[in-house]
Design a protein around this ligand. Structure first.
Ligand code: 26V
Length: 749
């Protein structure tokens, strides 16, 4: 990019009387004029993902272009505060960690110079916007394009036709530059061409509880997969014509979870159409694809009914059956036992459905988990048979996050402190952060860190007052649990602990209690009944606590509405304590934990996902670990877990848990609280009682919270622990992760 010319043009721009939206579009479009995608080298990696949770691109792009500071100054001269653009809503084309990871990986790919091309869907509506009515979550459509989309370019001439048995749609690409050492492209496809097409790129995760809903999900997944494959093939043919011998040498395709797995039969279908035999196409597929698993929760592992597939994608269904036959053949040849054969089967007879994970596992050249423990668990529990016969296929790549967004942009104050202590290089070379370890016992550094934390907390609380209408004073420990709402993440356990703190405070059980605030941020899937109940329950608890003038100088809570990437940037910078309390074994990695760590929060959590690596790096003594480990949970799951027995060891909890049913709180007859209570005590649907082992860990969790509370009394002592976390967060940069993908999986560089 020609920075100088861009800045000159910007200086000439007339800003008078223009609102945020107009300025956003004009400045962004101006920058786009000077951005040129890099040449594609011979071998490229392609990242297929149903979600890209990119958030706000304006600041990030200007930062990556190296002009953020100058733009800010020019605007200031013209009387415009660059913070104005915070009015522009996030592009929330994703729902949680999986989508945000994809966005961080795109950022890092460009930053470190790896040719990485993203493929996704340009949803008309992103993840819903959340409001609370009486503490109940309500969903509103997220019309993110109403602000314009100046960072994308519609590539009309590169559109393709995607065919279903009952309809054809056009897939029109919108290209977003991803700026760094290279300029890569994130290509998002929009479905057009007839009145039903719009639905395909209409909304992220449409409800799939009806047949129509399931068909729409399949259409979305195939639409993404076929568009990406069509594009990769077209690019290849530009260079090589119809000679597909080099296809695998020149292309690697990463399947981000199972949603894009239709890309496998689609590649085979296209290559066959071009004249290759099924077997040579299969061989190519086996070299090209890799698969990342992001969850072991059975309900999240996709299976598609053969009947539905036959209806709208008969050829794809046939090819999946052929792949199933090939898998059986190879498995027999490799000596899989009959049980192993069943476990790895692509077509599952009993369900009359295809297992998308087994398809990916059979075809993938490399399969990876997203944190060390998760990669072990998938070998030991999820893909046991494949691992027994093909251990060489399995890799671990621990997740990472982009420090440029999550530290430099989110926390300029801490960044300035780092610059002063260790220089500027950490932006590109995050290992440099290690140098901070030399200062973590330095009193001046610690005291400056305390100032920074205090400032970030003030800023956040000020924002919360504006956005949520709740005034919280800053002299408190800020505990934060922000993530998707799911039972396994155990926001309900935090709710119980918070209520217990309140009761104990009321009863005068604490001598010195450091004032605290518990911050929650989470969206529940619209149809996830229990998750919605948990939101309402937490809101009820917070209402009770905040209204009590006897205790609210000591304890408050806040559940922020519309938690999104931009909110997260503010929260991770401000928090003292990062709550990461999933049932051991169930959080594949977590990435929020890394963002908090970088910004100097201690982790209060279980030995799960990347928490394990976090405390390994930063020291268990600088974090607060509690609860059952994976091995214990596995034992308990085998039998003998008796939730009431755990609860009765500490009868104080009975009072807390019974508030779900004793009338302390009301869910206005919705039945949420009773259902939650039953799920813990008698089990519900296919779950055993307390399926996520809350009662096993609750008392230990509480003790850990109180340990934090006591330690915080000595601010310097506590801040030194926090600083240790920042200093040792250098392995959690997505630059490191993406380089590992490039070396171990894509064989690029
Ligand atoms: C999806 C669903 C959808 C149906 C209802 C239940 C359910 C439960 C979980 C999921 C998650 C799908 C995959 C996912 O988002 N995994 C997250 O990936 C992150 C990036 O690797 C990782 O940090 C998180 O631990 C993991 O949960």
């Amino acid at each position: 990019m020609d920075r100088v010319i861009f800045l000159q043009e910007l200086r000439k721009l007339d800003l008078q009387g223009k609102d945020a939206k107009r300025l956003y579009n004009e400045i962004s479009s101006l920058a786009m004029k000077y951005i040129q995608a890099s040449e594609k080298p011979k071998r490229c990696a392609h990242y297929l993902s149903i979600e890209f949770l990119i958030g706000r691109v304006f600041y990030n792009n200007l930062l990556e272009l190296g002009v953020l500071k100058e733009v800010s100054e020019i605007l200031k001269e013209k009387g415009v505060n660059i913070a104005l653009f915070e009015e522009i809503e996030d592009a929330a084309l994703g729902n949680g960690g999986l989508g945000r990871l994809a966005a961080c990986y795109m950022d890092s790919g460009a930053a470190v110079g790896i040719p990485l091309y993203g493929y996704g869907i340009r949803y008309k509506y992103g993840l819903f916007r959340q409001t609370f009515e009486d503490g109940f979550q309500k969903e509103l459509p997220d019309d993110w394009q109403r602000f314009g989309d100046p960072w994308s370019i519609r590539k009309e001439e590169e559109k393709q036709i995607i065919r279903f048995a009952d309809m054809e749609v056009e897939a029109v690409p919108y290209d977003m530059p991803v700026i760094g050492k290279r300029v890569n492209v994130l290509r998002l496809y929009q479905a057009e061409g007839n009145k039903d097409a719009g639905k395909i790129s209409g909304v992220l995760y449409p409800p799939d509880d009806t047949e129509e809903g399931k068909l729409l999900r399949i259409r979305q997944e195939y639409f993404l997969s076929a568009s990406a494959i069509g594009d990769v093939i077209r690019e290849y043919e530009k260079r090589r014509g119809n000679d597909y011998r080099y296809f695998a040498e020149e292309n690697s395709i990463q399947l981000n979870d199972t949603h894009p797995v239709f890309a496998i039969p689609e590649l085979i279908r296209v290559l066959k159409e071009k004249g290759l035999t099924y077997h040579s196409a299969l061989k190519i597929a086996k070299q090209v694809f890799n698969y990342t698993n992001h969850t072991i929760l059975p309900e999240a592992l996709e299976h598609w009914d053969v009947r539905l597939l036959k209806k709208i994608l008969p050829e794809i269904s046939e090819i999946l059956l052929s792949i199933n036959t090939s898998a059986r053949y190879y498995h027999r040849k490799d000596g899989y036992t009959p049980q192993e054969s069943v476990a790895t089967s692509i077509y599952i007879h009993s369900r009359r459905a295809f297992s998308m994970a087994n398809t990916a596992v059979f075809i993938a050249n490399k399969i990876n988990g997203v944190a060390a423990i998760h990669s072990e668990i998938i070998k030991r529990e999820l893909f046991v048979a494949e691992y027994a016969h093909h251990p060489e296929k399995f890799e671990n790549v621990t997740n990472g996050v982009a420090q440029r967004r999550w530290l430099e942009l989110a926390n300029p104050e801490l960044s300035a402190l780092l610059d002063k202590q260790i220089g500027h290089d950490w932006r590109e070379h995050f290992q440099e952060l290690d140098k901070l370890n030399a200062y973590t016992a330095n009193e001046d550094t610690i005291s400056e860190f305390i100032q920074v934390k205090g400032k970030k907390k003030e800023q956040l609380l000020c924002y919360i007052e504006k956005a949520e209408g709740i005034r919280i004073d800053g002299n408190r420990i800020l505990y934060a649990q922000v993530k998707r709402l799911h039972e396994y993440k155990r926001q309900l356990m935090t709710a119980f602990a918070l209520l217990r703190l309140y009761y104990d405070l009321k009863e005068g059980k604490f001598r010195d209690f450091t004032p605290s605030v518990f911050l929650f941020g989470a969206k529940s899937a619209p149809s996830y009944f229990r998750a919605k109940g948990i939101i309402k329950y937490i809101n009820e608890i917070i209402k009770l606590i905040n209204a009590d003038s006897e205790t609210n100088d000591k304890l408050m809570g806040v559940f922020v509405t519309e938690y999104n990437v931009s909110y997260a940037e503010k929260i991770v910078a401000a928090a003292d304590v990062s709550l990461q309390v999933s049932t051991a074994g169930l959080e594949a990695s977590g990435t929020g934990n890394m963002k908090f760590m970088m910004n100097g929060a201690v982790t209060l959590g279980t030995m799960d996902g990347a928490n394990i690596e976090i405390v390994e790096k930063a020291g268990e003594e600088n974090n607060y670990i509690f609860g059952a480990r994976v091995e214990e949970i596995e034992e308990l799951r085998k039998g003998g877990y008796d939730p009431p027995c755990h609860l009765n060891k500490h009868p104080e909890w009975n009072k807390v848990v019974r508030t779900l049913i004793d009338g302390t709180f009301s869910d206005e007859g919705a039945g949420y609280f009773r259902e939650l209570y039953d799920s813990l005590t008698i089990g519900a649907s296919w779950h055993k009682p307390d399926h996520y082992f809350i009662f096993r860990d609750l008392e230990e969790y509480y003790r850990a919270i109180l340990r934090v509370n006591a330690d915080y009394q000595n601010k310097t002592y506590f801040a030194a622990k926090q600083l240790k976390n920042t200093a040792n967060s250098y392995s959690f940069s997505s630059d490191r992760s993406i380089k590992e993908y490039a070396q171990k999986i894509w064989r690029i560089n």
